[in-house]
Design a binder for this molecule. Structure first.
Ligand SMILES: [Mg+2]
Length: 409
């Protein structure tokens, strides 16, 4: 097993708690933070009080209001959440030199070498909780997991919420695994659970003791990773904030207005443009592009994917290809969600393939457009099809990974 000490911190009901912190009259009440204030807007966070009454993240404002009519809805305020995150992460940066900003409200801290043992790590965890309350905001709570690996630290912080502190080690691991649900393991969703259940695996503990060879027949290479993860063998190292991102994406909860005004494609263009701009800021090229669309009348979203023969970073190709992917999925049904992801990112290696070589003139245009926007603002120059858009797809926070390195941590 690994003899490292990893700590995972996860802020509880984050956006809702920050709203309650900022406005004390909201404390102790069911709060829903939504993408935008409209019956069709989705909830991106719910306060502890709202969750107890059955309100869930992902519901629309209308659905949440039906389940709990007393819910108070607040439109999300990304700048406020980022400011609080930045103050909190600053505290974490005092504890170790290896911190991974996993998302707006989660971070991993590698304490190996910074503390003598697990007991000292627990003491540090209680200090973190204390400082969060006293230096950032008295209404804020976090759950902490301490374990020899990154995966088990996250598993630990999820076990007890809110305000939990769980230490997972080789002595108590099996006990925790026997109580947990398969989907409590980060990375196991409904589909993988069904595949596991088909071969008789119903709990994480059964997954751990399933023979490795058989597990690999069920899950492929991932079977090997799961076998390791549940034995506290590290297979995922921390990605600290100066490491380059593996993917860059933007998503947006689409208001009804956009559907009515026929601006779905324009919003997609804007998302692709923002992603392309970040890609170029890193000096990276993307080899794959995916577009996901959620429809109003379907719970699960659908996606299409494309791999480029030649990695690219120019907006014209990205906009053209994403719009082609969109049209494979979408035939003018009302849309509630759009997402774009640029994947398989790499630094240019100078080994350009011959076929489909991008026109260097086109690449220069994308970079000049970036320069104009840097100087004169985001709206100074836009794609023709975005022209009808006002402030649609404004500043939004990603649900999962933060890929930008712009943390004032
Ligand atoms: Mg959280």
């Amino acid at each position: 097993m690994s003899d490292r000490i990893i700590l995972h911190v996860d802020m509880n009901s984050y956006f809702a708690s920050v709203e309650q912190q900022a406005n004390p009259t909201l404390r102790g009440k069911p709060i829903g933070v939504c993408a935008y204030l409209h019956p069709g807007g989705c909830l991106i966070a719910a306060s502890v009080e709202a969750k107890i009454l059955g309100v869930k993240v992902g519901m629309t404002v209308e659905e949440a209001r039906m389940i709990c009519p007393k819910t108070i809805f607040v439109e999300n305020d990304p700048a406020k959440y980022r400011a609080v995150t930045s103050r909190f992460f600053k505290i974490l940066h005092e504890l170790s030199d290896t911190i991974e900003h996993y998302s707006i409200d989660e971070a991993f801290v590698d304490l190996t070498g910074w503390v003598r043992d697990e007991a000292e790590a627990c003491f540090l965890a209680s200090r973190i909780k204390y400082r969060l309350k006293h230096e950032v905001g008295d209404w804020l709570r976090c759950s902490v997991g301490i374990a020899p690996t990154r995966f088990l630290a996250k598993f630990g912080s999820d076990l007890q919420k809110p305000d939990g502190l769980t230490m997972v080690n080789l002595l108590n691991l099996d006990q925790y695994l026997s109580f947990a649900d398969l989907e409590d393991l980060c990375g196991i969703g409904r589909k993988i659970r069904q595949r596991l259940e088909r071969v008789g695996i119903r709990t994480p503990l059964e997954l751990k003791y399933f023979p490795l060879g058989n597990l690999m027949r069920v899950l492929g290479k991932n079977g090997y990773y799961w076998w390791n993860r549940l034995r506290a063998i590290e297979c995922e190292l921390l990605i600290s904030s100066d490491t380059l991102p593996k993917s860059i994406g933007h998503s947006y909860c689409v208001p009804d207005r956009v559907n009515r005004e026929g601006n779905v494609e324009a919003v997609l263009t804007k998302l692709v443009e923002k992603a392309g701009r970040r890609l170029r800021a890193y000096g990276l090229f993307a080899e794959s592009l995916s577009v996901a669309v959620g429809f109003r009348d379907e719970y699960e979203s659908q996606s299409e994917w494309k791999r480029f023969y030649q990695p690219t970073d120019d907006s014209f190709s990205l906009v053209r290809e994403s719009s082609a992917l969109l049209h494979r999925l979408w035939h003018s049904k009302p849309v509630r969600f759009l997402a774009v992801t640029l994947g398989k990112l790499s630094l240019p290696d100078g080994q350009m393939k011959f076929e489909g070589l991008p026109d260097p003139g086109i690449l220069r245009v994308s970079k000049s457009v970036d320069a104009i926007r840097d100087r004169y603002g985001e709206h100074s120059i836009v794609f023709g099809r975005m022209f009808s858009l006002g402030d649609e797809a404004p500043d939004r926070i990603g649900f999962r990974k933060i890929v930008g390195r712009g943390y004032e941590g």
